[in-house]
Design a protein around this ligand. Structure first.
Ligand code: SF4
Ligand code: SF4
Length: 168
């Protein structure tokens, strides 16, 4: 297929930019009359037009049982599947043979928020959360230990749209 090339010539005579300037100003002024779409974050975090999706994958949360213990049974699946290799798990075992995490840490700085850890967890213990306000001033603060993961209270991600579970 032939490629058409359009050659634009520079104007030879003096050109006035007044019309283009007025057009630009008219466009700017027309925006003043349109409904406001900006939100005054952080005072405003959602509106009738916009809320964060329940599928959002943000800061992790470890769910706990009635006694406040982490639901994790240290099976090792989530560190195994994590593509960013950002989950550190040291398993322990009590006198009855129940496994639990001695150390469980997630480096939120390295995490790519794929949600695999949530998908693979047989106990539905670890979840990505509907939360994004996790900025820190130093890298080490991004490493969330078990206590900090359990202390998170934000909603957990559904990972999929409940109104469209097949994702089509
Ligand atoms: S969301 Fe993905 S990258 Fe982040 S900790 Fe879970 S498995 Fe790893
Ligand atoms: S997959 Fe679930 S139960 Fe297994 S180590 Fe990870 S958080 Fe714990």
């Amino acid at each position: 297929m032939a490629i058409g090339v359009k050659v634009l010539k520079r104007p030879v005579a003096q050109t006035s930019y007044l019309r283009a300037t007025l057009k630009g100003m008219a466009l700017t002024l027309s925006h003043l009359l349109r409904p406001k779409v900006t939100m005054q974050y952080p005072e405003e975090k959602s509106s009738t037009d916009w809320t964060i999706s329940p599928r959002w994958r943000g800061t992790h949360r470890m769910l706990t049982d009635e006694q406040g213990r982490a639901k994790c049974v240290a099976c090792g699946l989530c560190p195994q599947i994590c593509p960013a290799n950002c989950i550190k798990l040291v398993p322990g075992e009590d006198e009855e043979g129940n496994r639990y995490p001695l150390i469980y840490e997630i480096d939120e700085f390295r995490c790519i928020f794929c949600g695999y850890c949530q998908e693979v967890c047989p106990e539905e213990a670890i979840h990505v959360g509907v939360h994004y306000e996790n900025s820190e001033c130093s890298r080490d603060r991004f490493v969330y230990d078990l206590e900090r993961l359990c202390a998170q209270t934000h909603p957990v991600s559904t990972l999929w749209d409940p109104s469209d579970p097949s994702g089509e």
